[in-house]
Design a binder for this molecule. Structure first.
Ligand SMILES: [Zn+2]
Ligand SMILES: [Zn+2]
Length: 429
């Protein structure tokens, strides 16, 4: 699958592009003319065809469309253009191309356009995509359009596994995307729920794969608050809340509570930890090879809460020893992760009005990521009252905190549609 067919008649440029493709984990077959590309594609079944646009004149479009058909839903046909050209970009879809790249080509541009490499050849496949980044309730509208208004849902690909972290309203668009990508092929999906608050389960009734009998969907989570997970999930789809009951869905759906605090899903080792959030809520650490992603969408750090309670004279929820131990344990849980997706719902002034609500502030998110030696922090579970400009400001504040402490942490606010790909040679892009 990790094979690229490069169609380019220019020897020097083709060598350069070939090396870039190799650095992205692909083996390259070079074809100097489009006429031979279909034959070579049939023989090698590449995951991607990258075609220099001079070869993609209108009379060649039927050949490109044939390639598109041959590659199926997993593969991509990419056109490489010599210079910015609106007309050429507009011609790409009718020509049979999935995407357009412009010279000068860089590894970053390529990685953004290439399909994820699979385990068979590279050893470390992984991809992460945000489908919902909002906390509490969906927030559509002009003021949230850049970061997105859907609630928690993150897709992780690793080898043959498609893992879905939480089933907030972002899950609906993921379902549509899977349909476009895989067509009629049966899918095996695993949904890992952190807890059953609405913003983490409301996408389930609208998840298209649940309505197709060919798919298998495994839902894993901790025991629902006071009742079993199955009972809680059934309830949100019972009449009069929803017209189709969960047991009546055509897909092969299984609902399971965790077998333990550590288990495996294909090549992914999953570790579970308890989060500090009302009811029963957990966070996940997903490890593939020696790289980990930690997902903690709803968590209130104990330390700041404890200090504020003591300062105000309110009785503290826990004693100091417990607080220190719990925060230290969470730091260890996140230790050395490549990516940390973390509750950063408030700024620290807002937090003072929300103590005990189960969410954290940006300052503590940065503090935890720095203490744990994380490489990349995504501020997550954005407050429904925060518009795009406020999220920009919180991100700038977080970056200033990192800089002030001389840290090397990358910080960004999670944004709907943002995708990251682990490349075998150079880590996460
Ligand atoms: Zn939440
Ligand atoms: Zn919650």
């Amino acid at each position: 699958m990790n094979l690229a067919l490069l169609v380019d008649h220019r020897p020097v440029a083709a060598r350069f592009t070939g090396r870039l493709l190799e650095s992205c984990g692909y083996r390259v077959v070079l074809v100097p003319s489009l006429d031979r590309a279909v034959e070579e594609a049939r023989r090698h079944v590449p995951g991607v065809v990258l075609c220099y646009a001079d070869l993609a004149r209108a009379e060649k479009f039927p050949v490109l469309r044939r390639l598109r058909q041959l590659l199926g839903s997993h593969g991509r046909v990419l056109l490489l253009l010599p210079a910015p050209s609106r007309a050429a970009a507009a011609a790409a879809p009718p020509a049979g191309a999935d995407d357009v790249l412009r010279e000068p080509l860089t590894r970053e541009k390529l990685l953004a356009a290439l399909p994820p490499v699979t385990a068979g050849e590279s050893g470390l496949p992984a991809r992460l995509r945000f489908w919902g980044v909002r906390g509490s309730i969906p927030t559509p509208g002009r003021s949230t359009v850049r970061y997105g208004g859907n609630t928690s849902c993150v897709e992780v690909r690793a080898g043959p596994e498609i893992l879905i972290l939480d089933a907030g309203t972002g899950l609906r668009m993921l379902g549509r995307h899977l349909r476009e990508e895989f067509g009629d092929r049966p899918l095996s999906l695993t949904i890992l729920l952190t807890h059953t608050h609405w913003d983490h389960i409301q996408g389930l009734p609208f998840f298209a794969p649940l309505y197709e009998p060919r798919h298998r969907v495994r839902i894993l989570g901790c025991k629902g608050a006071r009742r079993g997970l199955r009972t809680v999930l059934n309830h949100q789809m019972e009449s009069p809340f929803f017209p189709v009951g969960l047991p009546d869905l055509p897909a092969n759906v299984t609902i399971e509570e965790f077998p333990g605090s550590t288990f495996t899903l294909g090549p992914v080792r999953v570790t579970v930890t308890r989060a500090n959030h009302p009811g029963l809520c957990v966070g996940y650490r997903l490890t593939v090879g020696n790289r980990s992603l930690v997902y903690l969408p709803d968590n209130e750090p104990h330390g700041r809460k404890h200090r504020l309670q003591r300062h105000s004279g309110a009785p503290p929820s826990h004693d100091t020893a417990f607080v220190e131990q719990a925060d230290a344990q969470l730091t260890e849980f996140c230790r050395g992760a490549e990516v940390l997706i973390l509750d950063a719902q408030y700024d620290c002034q807002e937090y003072q009005q929300r103590v005990g609500w189960g969410h954290g502030c940006v300052d503590d998110a940065v503090g935890l990521a720095l203490a744990a030696g994380v490489r990349r922090l995504f501020l997550f579970h954005h407050d429904p009252d925060h518009d795009d400009a406020q999220i920009d400001a919180l991100t700038a504040h977080a970056r200033a905190l990192v800089k002030a402490q001389g840290g090397r942490l990358h910080v960004a606010a999670a944004r709907e549609g943002r995708e990251l790909v682990w490349a075998p040679a150079a880590g996460l892009r």
